[in-house]
Design a protein around this ligand. Sequence first.
Ligand SMILES: Nc1ncnc2c1ncn2[C@@H]1O[C@H](COP(=O)(O)OP(=O)(O)OP(=O)(O)O)[C@@H](O)[C@H]1O
Ligand SMILES: [Mg+2]
Length: 263
Amino acid sequence: MEALIVCEGVTKIHPPRSLEDRARGFKAVDAVSFSIEKGSSFGLVGESGSGKTTLAKAIMYLDPPSSGSVRYRGIELASLSARALRAERKRMQIVFQDPHSSLDPRMRVQDSLAEGLVNLGVPRAERERRVARLLDLVGMSASNAARYPHEFSTGQRQRLVIARALTMEPDFLILDEPVSNLDVSIQAQVINLLNDIKREFGLTYLFISHDINLVAYMCDNIAVMYKGKIVEQAPTLRLLSSPQNEYTAVLLAATPGGAPHLM
Ligand SMILES: Nc1ncnc2c1ncn2[C@@H]1O[C@H](COP(=O)(O)OP(=O)(O)OP(=O)(O)O)[C@@H](O)[C@H]1O
Ligand SMILES: [Mg+2]
C-alpha cells in the first residue's frame, strides 16, 4: 500500500484568546501523526472542540500548521511556493459541515460549480458539460444549473457542494462532518452518495465526525482525537472490538452499537 497523506508531528497553535493562554496561544492540535493509504477512508473522531477542523485546515494548508510535516503524494507541502501549493491543492478538496455558508447565495449553481474551472481556463462549453455531468452524478438534475442555492434543501445543497469539490478532479477529499447538519433521513442518502463517488473516482477520504458509529461504517482506519491529541488509532474492527484507550471506550459506550440508520 502507498500513502497519499502523511502527517508527522502536526501541531497548530491558535492565537491567544483567553487570559490563561495569553502568553503561548492555544495548542488546538498537538503533535498529530498518521498516514492515509491511497484509496482508503481514514476516520477522525472526537468531541466538539477536540481540534478536528483545525487539523483538517492544517492538512490542506488553508491554515497551515505551526510545526510538523504534511506530505501529500510524497510532496512536503511546507516546501511549496504559494503557486505550487495552489496547484497541488486542486486535487485536495474539503467539504464542510454547513452547505449554506459553502455556496454563494448570489451565484447560480452553474457559476458556483464552474468557478474553479474558469480559473483553470476551461472553455465554457466544456465547463457546462462537466457541471451537467456532475450534477447528474450527485443525483441533482442538470436542469438545476440555472437555479440559486436558496431554491434547494440543505441535503440538496450538500450534494451541490460535493459536486463542486469533484469539478477539480481531486484524488483526496476531506469530509468535515458532511452530514451533521442534515436530517437523519437524508444523512443515509448522502453517505451512500459519498461511498458511490469514492468507488467511481478511486478517491481517498479523511472523514471527520463526532459520531463513532458513522466513522466506523465509513472508514477502514480510525483515529480518536481528544484535546488536540490522537489518543488511539487502529483499523476499524480492532478499534471497535478492543479499544485500548479509555476515551475510545467512552465514545463507544456513549452510542448504541452499529449504524442502523444507515442501512
Ligand atoms: N481561529 C481560531 N483561533 C483561536 N482558537 C480557535 C480557532 N479555531 C478554533 N479554535 C479553538 O481550537 C479548538 C479546536 O477547535 P476545532 O474547531 O478544531 O474543533 P472541532 O473538533 O472541529 O470541533 P467541532 O466538533 O465542534 O467542529 C477549540 O477550543 C476552538 O475554540
Ligand atoms: Mg469542526
